[in-house]
Design a binder for this molecule. Structure first.
Ligand code: DX5
Ligand code: ZN
Length: 222
């Protein structure tokens, strides 16, 4: 089953509770939370305080995407704040295996994200230890960017790596996902769609979630 994870980055934070409820009413499966530190990416968003506030108003899994230079320092705080999935970037982890083990020890599902210019093969030694791969289909830092087409082949590469492990590892795609790009990434082997603009910047948030699901419901991976 395809999961839809609205990215709250594109929501109106002055009406966040209401907007999350609308996304849930439309059938959202997870909420995707973009944490940015102004170092790893040229933007700052929010930290554990907002994650814990969101935790109080939804029971959906919180898919927490750490775009921060020193994730090890903050993993516990995000877990305590209620993050269910903790995703770190391959590019900043000097001991990725240790980081992933730590996330699991704290009771969260570990995920690893790679930027569009990081070779998919860098995941080969960690794939057996994680539950999620977050493929960036834009350069991280901002919502509303255009989907990078080269992501399609990279998703296929990661799906092949996963198949070799025989494990159930989800592939999430993040950046420029909508009713046009969503079906193409699902065909390539993705099973979680992260979408900010295509959901929260539409007049009817619940309908936007339904539309995205409808666009992919008849599709199976190639
Ligand atoms: C970008 C973030 C994304 C972003 C996606 O750095 O990781 O999660 O919110 O936004 P859209 O769907 O607008 O491309
Ligand atoms: Zn993200």
């Amino acid at each position: 089953m395809i999961r839809i994870a609205p990215s709250v980055l594109a929501a109106d934070f002055s009406r966040l509770t209401d907007q999350l409820a609308q996304a849930e009413a439309g059938g959202a499966d997870w909420f995707h939370l973009d944490v940015m530190d102004g170092h790893f990416v040229p933007n700052i968003t929010f930290g554990p305080l907002i994650v814990s506030a969101i935790r109080k108003v939804t029971r959906l899994p919180l898919d927490t995407h750490l775009m921060i230079a020193s994730p090890d320092t903050f993993i516990r705080q995000f877990r305590d704040a209620g993050a269910d999935h903790i995703i770190v970037h391959q590019e900043v982890c000097t001991n990725l295996h240790r980081t992933v083990v730590r996330i699991r020890e704290l009771g969260a599902k570990p995920g690893v994200s790679i930027n569009p210019d990081t070779p998919a093969s860098t995941l080969s030694s960690i794939i057996s230890d994680i539950d999620l791969v977050l493929m960036m289909s834009v350069y991280p830092g901002f919502g509303g960017q255009k989907f990078i087409e080269g992501t399609i082949d990279r998703i296929k590469e990661v799906r092949a790596l996963i198949q070799r492990t025989g494990r159930d590892v989800r592939i999430e795609v993040d950046g420029g996902i909508d009713v046009t790009t969503g079906p193409t990434v699902v065909r390539a082997g993705a099973d979680v769609l992260v979408a900010g603009t295509a959901i929260f910047r539409r007049p009817d948030i619940a309908q936007a979630v339904r539309d995205l699901r409808k666009s992919v419901e008849q599709i199976s991976a190639e």
